[in-house]
Design a binder for this molecule. Structure first.
Ligand code: NDP
Length: 316
């Protein structure tokens, strides 16, 4: 049996909006992209219910349906979409080596990394259950806040994202409880001022969520003051988590420049990483916007950058 590694022109790692958008552009440019779906085919959007803010879907679409559409579009231009998880890379040479499921070795002229990021959760059983059933637990205020307009909601977190999302929700909801586990914010002063100047946000310091109440929908929270140990019930119909994200970039550590949280750095106004022929798109490089549409946009950019880079090498 031959052990010669497969050689491809364009390898795309990850199957969220960034990966599929890159695939559509790369395939139409005749780069014959191979896309590995990764551990969560379709990415974070498959964990959400309704998506109403993606242009072109006037009546909204569920996240899983939208990802099926994107996949179909990539397949229509003959992207080679494969099950499999890239577990190791070696970017030391001009040809980039990756291993799929620890076994299959693939060599690629260009690699587009679109492995995304994962929201962090508290890990409470009822939180996860209601998240998975679309029952009112979410980690994206910009995506889902609209469904809670006119309602009282709670948001957990004290960083910049939490402050930004609390002020976003405060425009839609009459009351937003912000639950902060310490007695201070982690966010920048400017963001904290924004929260403090929003009258319908009530910040509860030293407060943690002990349980989420509700059979099919969030009906309230059991919260505990971690100083006094006093427990109480908070009547809310939505729980938003803003306790950080973790980019899925561990396998690229040591090869690519990253910030301290693991987001891959890219050159300004482009998707070029520090290594020639390796590009990054989507949430693996974005801790600020994190939207399907911005992710798709950078996927398109990565494919164009890859194509131009190959052409400049005289290889396309
Ligand atoms: P951060 O890691 O900065 O903050 C996470 C927050 O969640 C912290 O306040 C932390 O609390 C809290 N937290 C973590 N785990 C738990 C838990 N189990 N229970 C309760 N609270 C918890 O994440 P962000 O997403 O806010 O920001 C990520 C990066 O992106 C930062 O560098 C930020 O500056 C940047 N950013 C910038 C924006 C901008 O400039 N407009 C907008 C959004 C993000 P504690 O403080 O107690 O550790």
């Amino acid at each position: 049996m031959s052990t010669t590694p497969e050689h491809v022109k364009c390898l795309i790692i990850g199957s969220g909006p960034a990966g599929y958008s890159a695939a559509i552009y790369a395939a139409r440019a005749d780069m014959k992209p191979v896309l590995y779906e990764g551990p969560l085919p379709g990415g974070q959007l498959t964990q959400t219910t309704e998506v109403e803010n993606y242009p072109g879907y006037p009546d909204g679409r569920t996240g899983p349906e939208m990802m099926e559409d994107l996949k179909k579009q990539a397949l229509r231009f003959e992207t080679d979409v494969r099950h499999g998880w890239v577990t190791k890379v070696d970017f030391s040479g001009p040809v980039h080596k990756v291993w799929v499921d620890d076994t299959k070795e693939v060599h690629a002229d260009t690699v587009i990394i679109s492995t995304g990021a994962n929201a962090k959760w508290l890990g409470l059983p009822n939180e996860i259950r209601l998240r998975d059933s679309g029952g009112g637990v979410t980690a994206c205020a910009v995506c889902d806040g609209f469904f809670y307009r006119g309602q009282t909601v709670a948001l957990v977190g004290a960083g910049d994202s939490a402050c930004e999302e609390a002020t976003y929700l405060a425009k839609l909801c009459p009351k937003v409880y912000m639950l902060v586990r310490k007695d201070e914010f982690r966010a920048s002063k400017a963001m904290v001022h924004r929260v403090e100047n929003t009258p319908n946000i009530e910040v509860l310091f030293n407060t943690e969520v002990k349980d989420v109440i509700g059979a099919d929908k969030v009906e309230g929270l059991t919260i505990v003051n971690n100083k006094t140990r006093v427990e109480s019930r908070l009547d809310v119909t939505g729980l938003f988590l803003a306790i950080g994200h973790k980019p899925a970039t561990d396998i690229f550590q040591g090869w690519l420049d990253m910030d301290e949280q693991g987001y891959i750095k890219h050159k300004p106004d482009s998707t070029h990483t520090n290594l020639p022929g390796v590009f990054v798109a989507g949430d693996a490089a974005d801790k600020v916007y994190r939207q399907a549409i911005t992710s798709a946009g950078t996927g398109c950019m990565a494919a164009l950058d890859a194509e131009r880079w190959l052409a400049a090498q005289g290889r396309h």
